[in-house]
Design a binder for this molecule. Structure first.
Ligand code: PMP
Length: 283
């Protein structure tokens, strides 16, 4: 496997960062996860823009242009002869000294991995996935803007551990007001009375690229879809539920905290949107 690291392609075993990189020392950095379908980088511009927006919000200078970042991804795909898979694009603060100050890191590091990813067992895409509501709350926007896709995922990892301890693959996180925000690495949608609902950005979520695509697919299909505050009680009482994310794609949820959602079967609107999503990526 070839890794693109700071301007050159290296073998996986040789692609190394300094232990003094603030990405490693402090989780100081930003990243993107991006799908590749049939040789095409899915929603490439949206991901590159979000990477630069995340970096700007934490005052991290990416030492390449947007075009160079796209070329780095294309070179990595070509070097690995990959046409379908998952790209991990990472920008760290770079090598510095001990101590938090990012000003001690003269230049950020960029690397690109092209690999495969499977978050949840394949059969759950058909039959639905059980999840829990985590006790761990999602980081408040007053602490760290959740729209920054940063290398600090410990908040999400703590919730993921709760899910794994409970024997399920995913956890829904509430924000500090007790409203539904998102899953540990996915956005959430519920369906109630034929309408599709997803928490607003103000609920403290990462603005998912897949979330936006699904909202557009709803609009194109004439399905009412809106951003609305969702309380845990509304989650349990939903007719249907699904999660969206680059790695997850669109996965139906059929059980929350051991309670079946409606009949416990994957519902018709979820099925329709999952089908529309796969048609969209193959277009
Ligand atoms: N929320 C979080 C916390 C995420 O990490 C992700 C991405 N894995 C998402 C939502 C989904 O975003 P996207 O659709 O852009 O992958």
């Amino acid at each position: 496997m070839k890794i693109w690291l700071d301007g050159r392609l290296a073998d996986k075993a040789d692609a190394r960062l300094s232990v003094f990189d603030h990405g490693t020392l402090y989780g100081d950095g930003v990243f993107e996860g991006i799908r590749v379908y049939s040789g095409k980088i899915f929603e490439c511009q949206a991901h590159v823009e979000r990477l630069f927006a995340s970096a700007a919000k934490v005052r991290l200078t990416i030492p390449y242009t947007r075009q160079q970042i796209v070329e780095a991804m294309q070179q990595t795909l070509a070097a690995n002869a990959m046409t379908d898979g998952y790209i991990r694009l990472v920008v760290t603060r770079g090598e510095g000294t001990l101590g938090l100050s990012p000003f001690k890191c003269p230049r950020g590091s960029v690397f690109v991995i092209a690999d495969q990813i499977e978050l949840y067992p394949r059969e759950m895409y058909d039959r639905g996935m059980p999840v829990i509501v985590a006790r761990t709350r999602r980081t408040s926007p007053t602490m760290l803007d959740p729209s920054v896709k940063s290398l600090n995922y410990l908040n999400n990892i703590m919730a993921k551990l709760e899910a794994l301890d409970a024997g399920v693959g995913e956890a829904i996180m509430l924000n500090d007001r007790g409203e539904v925000s998102e899953a540990t690495g996915d956005n959430i949608f519920i369906i109630k009375g034929g309408g599709v609902l997803t928490p607003p950005v103000s609920a403290g979520i990462l603005q998912g690229v897949t979330r936006r695509v699904v909202m557009e697919l709803c609009a194109a299909a004439g399905i009412d879809c809106r951003e609305q505050t969702i309380l845990p009680a509304e989650l349990y009482a939903a007719d249907e539920c699904f999660l969206t994310g680059t790695a997850a794609e669109v996965i139906p949820v059929t059980k929350i905290d051991n309670r079946p959602i409606a009949s416990g079967e994957v519902g018709p609107i979820s099925r329709r949107l999952i089908k529309a999503f796969y048609e969209f990526i193959r277009r």
